[in-house]
Ligand binder design. Structure first.
Ligand code: OOB
Length: 564
């Protein structure tokens, strides 16, 4: 379904998502959509909770604590600064900022100015940033001087060279030839007098991307606010909560499930850990008395282990949420035992639908399921290969639609034709079993991506990079179960005749291609052919399945013969 436009600014504006009129009415009548905006709720909280801490985190090497009133001031200054550059309402702005307080003054500043953030992760490099900028037709890019030892100004130069439409670059820190975020001046006269249309798209989130590069996910004020307001209730986030962002702030999980946005909506404090390691996070948990945090399974296990010998008391922690990838029952028990607090499983997606185990669920449910949907308005279908709905207790493909699940990707007809049914259900690509009580147990997925510690990697995208290497004849990338990461990536490579590429060179190749480091194959296997069993396979999907199985069989044989 295409987005419609109702106004005449230089881009289609406002961007809309097309829910049919009867669903719009239903979602409003049910009280899911209340006509709130991102700017509206923060302005309200800035007067309601003016002196309370909104955000604490490192800006450079300085620990900062901003009250709600201070945050709002910084938001208004940022908004004026963006508009003073000449940006116009509806313009898209790529935001690549790490876990620092300025992430929030930037994105709320953009909302306040009527601009549309496009969220990139700090790990992304020029290939991804250029893709987001082009796909979103962005006219500005906000990033940092440096983060985790990487120079983002150098990245900005590469990106701007390839993407001249990206007129403005704003830097947090020392700006050199770019605009300095900290040089923005308050100019109340520049700010819009009206808040956005609550049904308009507030920002573009990025998809995990199962085929090729990430797609852009339009989320509206009404739909997104509903998802974190309802999450607050389920996760018991109140003005007394202290929520830690340990995963990248731009990811949907720590943003809205209930995430930093949920916490800010509730009047709670948000604490930013610069990275998710126990060394960085534990002292901050003790210092700021953090009550809730969201982690991916490998990190939750690492934290559970590190907590045993940590000098820091983690007693303030009430709830540890784990999601982004499957948490097995055994791992769930280890997390509860190690962190001595309540576990909540979270099965969500940037496209919308989020499932939680409830805090008062039985231990069996918390350990053994990935929860149930946020909303009575979430429609869930589990279907077979032919698209026929299955009864509970049967395993099938998960389809969903509801008051906070997208109806179309941004500017991507091909993906939209694949990803939605005629009546607007989103094909999640996940394979699940639904219990009689409506809880979902994730069993696997239908699409070929690698879920590497919660980071989603498209096999096809990695194969494309490998095929571009001058010594590579053919490449197939598969996911392989991994004890620590959940899944790792393995690339099978057929070299061109007479060529002998080395694994290290191929890994290096990804750096020169400018892609996020988490996409570099963990394992590279050189083969002469994709094997006789693979001959006649009609699709890449079947080929990947065969190669994965061959590798697992070979690993098993090696282990068995080692034991004998
Ligand atoms: C979250 O969002 P994305 O967009 O990075 O990834 C979504 C996909 C899901 O379709 C599923 O394949 C997988 O990640 N996933 C899980 C899971 N949570 C996500 N698979 C098994 N068990 C889980 N608990 O990952 C995300 C967004 C919001 C909240 C939490 C996670």
């Amino acid at each position: 379904m295409p987005q419609s436009s109702t106004s005449t600014s230089r881009h289609q504006y406002p961007l809309k998502q097309e829910w049919p009129a009867e669903l719009v009415q239903k979602y409003r009548e049910a009280g899911y959509w209340r006509g709130e905006t991102m700017t509206g709720f923060l302005r309200h909280n800035a007067s309601e909770f003016a002196e309370r801490i909104a955000i604490a985190g490192f800006s450079g090497d300085q620990w900062q604590r901003w009250t709600y009133a201070q945050l709002w001031n910084k938001v208004e200054t940022a908004a004026a600064g963006f508009l003073a550059l000449g940006l116009q309402p509806g313009d898209r702005v790529v935001v690549q900022i790490g876990n620092m307080p300025e992430f929030y003054s930037t994105v709320f500043g953009l909302f306040r100015a009527g601009l549309i953030p496009v969220y990139a992760l700090p790990a992304h490099r020029h290939t991804e940033i250029v893709h987001f900028a082009r796909k979103a037709e962005a006219s500005a890019y906000v990033t940092m001087q440096q983060y985790e030892q990487f120079d983002y100004r150098a990245l900005a130069r590469e990106v701007q060279a390839q993407c001249p439409a990206l007129e403005h670059v704003v830097i947090i820190g020392e700006a050199q030839e770019f605009h300095a975020f900290h040089g923005f001046k308050a100019q109340p006269g520049l700010l819009p007098t009206q808040d956005a249309d609550p049904q308009a798209v507030a920002f573009l989130q990025i998809s995990g991307g199962s085929t090729g590069l990430s797609k852009l996910i339009p989320r509206t004020h009404d739909d997104y606010i509903y998802s974190f307001r309802a999450s607050n209730e389920i996760c018991n986030i109140t003005e007394r909560s202290v929520y830690m962002v340990a995963l990248p702030a731009a990811h949907n999980f720590p943003m809205s499930s209930p995430g930093a946005f949920g916490a800010l909506y509730a009047g709670a404090a948000v604490v930013l850990s610069p990275n998710p390691s126990p060394e960085a996070a534990f002292p901050l948990i003790a210092q700021e008395q953090v009550t809730a945090v969201g982690l991916v399974p490998p990190l939750a296990l690492l934290w559970a282990q590190a907590a045993q010998s940590s000098a820091y008391a983690l007693t303030s922690l009430q709830v540890v949420q784990v999601g982004g990838a499957k948490l097995t029952p055994e791992a769930a028990r280890r997390v509860i035992g190690g962190l001595q607090c309540q576990l909540q499983q979270v099965f969500g997606m940037a496209e919308g639908l989020v499932n939680y185990t409830r805090l008062n669920d039985s231990e069996e449910t918390i350990i053994g399921t990935q929860g149930r949907p946020i909303s009575p308005g979430d429609e869930i279908l589990v279907v077979d290969d032919h698209g026929h709905p299955l009864d509970s207790g049967k395993t099938g493909y998960l389809l969903t639609r509801g008051p906070y699940t997208l109806r179309a990707y941004h500017n991507d007809d091909a993906a939209n034709a694949r990803s939605f049914t005629e009546d607007g259900f989103y094909r999640t690509g996940d394979v699940v079993l639904r219990t009689a009580e409506g809880y979902l147990i994730v069993q696997g997925r239908a699409t070929d991506h690698i879920n590497r510690a919660g980071e989603k990697i498209s096999a096809e995208e990695i194969e494309d990079h490998l095929l571009a290497h001058p010594q590579v004849f053919d490449a197939t990338v598969v996911s392989v179960p991994d004890e620590f990461l959940g899944e790792r990536s393995c690339a099978f490579i057929i070299a061109k005749a007479g060529e002998q590429p080395r694994a290290i060179e191929l890994k290096q190749w990804f750096k020169t291609r400018g892609v996020a480091a988490f996409k570099i194959p963990d394992q590279i296997v050189f083969v002469d052919s994709f094997g006789t069993t693979a001959v006649g396979k009609t699709s890449r999907k079947e080929l990947r399945a065969t190669l994965r199985q061959n590798l697992l069989d070979a690993e098993k044989n090696a282990k068995d013969s080692h034991r004998q």
